[in-house]
Ligand binder design. Structure first.
Ligand code: N01
Length: 546
């Protein structure tokens, strides 16, 4: 590991504070730091929070946990960590995930190069010496040759655009800005807005102890059972012995997940066969299996999708006792799997409790959030606590929150004009020496797998540039055009790209985000990696280098 703070022999950034500045100490940021140190770079991470973890630092809401198998969602870069860290549940809860991240930070002494409580407000490219000038919210300036954004794509929370949203005078939390102190629900009247993956995790957990819970739902989602269970020592040993095969399966799968798609189409099997297949996945299939290991045409063919959706709808009807509530919980405007499928444990059963009530705001819209509760078109509901599980200004929101300027003062926000344009999701023309881990147009899927690839690619590239004394790297306009068109082409035919969600750039709370755009790469992850490997293998000659 390179020593920290000491200039390296090949230091191409003399006179600058750092060779590399990384914004954000989530999974992307901490792995970037690990790799940059290993390669001997003088690097620093600037982080707004008081601790590392990013998503898993901020999202402390009740019930927050992995929806992917813990062991598939960990880093693979250190054999020692793989040997030492035991997971206690197939789908770990947020406290265990944060403990894992802190374990990494301790083991590799990462915190000594992470500056906490430091929110980056501005990053301007300085053409006079091919460097970035970065300012934090205290007005402190940092200079560096290379800028790596590790800011997450679900990190800029949004509140609902409901009148009075700032008027509520009692306890109120956005799920993604959950307090670090314990929050209790016993005896309280809690209102919760939003029924995405977050809202669903939160509702099923709060329902266990709440005095009374009112869920305000605009759009229901197709949630399916998570099938979580504890992992004992013997099972952990067996899982660990399987790590090489497990990671290999992730590498070969379309979105880096453990689950492989069913090779047959729905039309190739009988009704009895498909129902038995789904029944088995619904009753026994852990995590995303019903979504990702489904018949191959369910994601693309409207008819196949409808048959599957109708089958899942019947499951909801079987689980929710009140038929009117069950009908309200069945999505009508999108088919199964066309949005990211939320995972649940007794979510539907929560609505069978006498102290949990569903308010469909498409029937009785929220007119006003008041000092003491919520007024709908039908009634006034008094609340002690209000929870916003209302999602994010996804993918570009965290970029827009900073004043990022490239060549000739060009603002990134203007360059993207509401729809991102990138070269392999990691670079943008007009923004030299800037690299994005989990930027728009990257392959997301299983995020740590994607992060590991992106960070390795970026840091390998930086090592190459340093070795060749290259101090200026910029994506070409042609490269950006080609990749952006490819991203759009790859999305064609997928039903998910015809549906409004954060994945298609829609956030109805933000006036500028009500147009469907393609903001992530939906081609295969192996294909993505192959393409990016080709760029590296070609000496990065598809970039402007100087
Ligand atoms: O956010 P969302 P999320 N009035 O945007 C509703 C990841 N994740 O935080 O659909 C009323 O999906 C909105 O309604 P509608 C995962 O990738 C991962 O839940 O716009 N309602 C919707 O119901 C996920 O996809 C994990 O009609 C309003 C909800 O708020 C992503 O994060 C766990 C409203 C927002 O849903 C985002 O999930 C959790 C309004 N004005 C999340 N505004 C794990 O892997 C918004 N809503 C563990």
């Amino acid at each position: 590991m390179g020593s920290v703070g000491e200039p390296t022999l090949n230091d191409s950034a003399k006179g600058l504070d750092y060779e590399v500045l990384v914004i954000g100490a989530g999974l992307s940021g901490i792995f970037s730091l690990y790799r940059l140190r290993e390669l001997g770079f003088r690097a620093r991470v600037l982080e707004a929070g008081s601790g590392a973890g990013g998503t898993w630092y901020w999202n402390r809401y009740p019930g927050a946990r992995f929806d992917s198998e813990s062991y598939s969602y960990q880093f693979t870069f250190s054999q020692e960590v793989l040997d030492e860290w035991d997971w206690t549940e197939h789908f770990a809860g947020q406290p265990e995930i944060l403990a894992y991240i802190n374990f990494l930070c301790d083991k590799f002494d990462l915190r000594s190069d992470i500056q906490f409580h430091t929110k980056v407000t501005t990053a301007h490219f300085d053409q006079s010496n091919n460097s970035w000038r970065v300012l934090d919210d205290a007005g402190k300036q940092y200079t560096c040759r290379w800028l790596v954004t590790a800011i997450g794509f679900l990190s800029a929370p949004t509140l609902p655009n409901i009148p009075g949203v700032h008027d509520f005078k009692r306890e109120a939390h956005h799920t993604s800005r959950w307090p670090q102190h314990p929050v209790t629900y016993e005896g309280k009247r809690v209102g919760l807005i939003g029924t995405g993956a977050t809202g669903i995790q939160c509702i099923q957990e709060i329902a266990k102890t709440v005095g009374h819970l009112t869920v305000f739902q605009r759009t229901p989602n197709w949630a399916v059972p998570l099938h979580n269970s504890p992992i004992d020592k013997d099972e952990m040993s067996a899982i660990r012995a399987d790590y090489p095969a497990l990671f290999d399966r992730c590498r070969r799968s379309y979105m880096n997940f453990l689950h492989m798609p069913e090779t047959r189409a729905l039309s190739e099997v009988s009704q009895e066969e498909r129902e038995a297949f789904w029944e088995n996945l619904y009753d026994n299939g852990r995590g995303f299996r019903l979504w990702l290991s489904n018949y191959r045409d369910v994601a693309f063919d409207k008819e196949a999708n409808k048959i599957c959706s109708d089958w899942v709808a019947d499951k909801i009807r079987q689980r929710v006792k009140d038929p009117a509530t069950a009908e309200r919980l069945i999505p009508r405007n999108h088919g199964f799997g066309t949005k990211r499928v939320p995972m649940e444990t007794n979510y539907y059963e929560a609505y069978n409790q006498s102290n949990v009530r569903l308010v469909d705001v498409t029937e009785t819209p929220i007119e006003q959030i008041t000092a003491t509760g919520i007024r709908t078109s039908k009634e006034e509901i008094e609340l002690d606590m209000l929870i916003y599980a209302t999602g994010f200004d996804a993918v570009t929101g965290a970029f827009d929150a900073m004043d990022i300027r490239g060549l000739d003062g060009l603002r990134l926000q203007d360059r993207w004009e509401g729809s991102p344009r990138t070269y392999v999701g990691m670079t943008v023309d007009g923004f030299p020496n800037m690299f994005m881990s989990m930027g728009p147009h990257q392959s997301y899927g299983n995020i740590p797998r994607s992060i590991e690839y992106a960070v390795n690619w970026i840091t390998d590239a930086l090592a190459h540039f340093r070795e060749k004394d290259i101090v200026y790297v910029e994506a070409t306009a042609e490269g950006v055009e080609m990749w952006t068109e490819h991203v759009i082409d790859a999305a064609k035919g997928s039903l998910a790209n015809e549906v409004d969600s954060w994945m298609t750039g829609i956030n109805r709370n933000l006036p500028g985000k009500q147009r469907r755009i393609i903001n992530r790469y939906t081609g295969s992850a192996p294909g993505f990696r192959g393409f990016c490997d080709g760029i590296a293998g070609g000496g990065y000659s598809t970039f402007k280098l100087a």
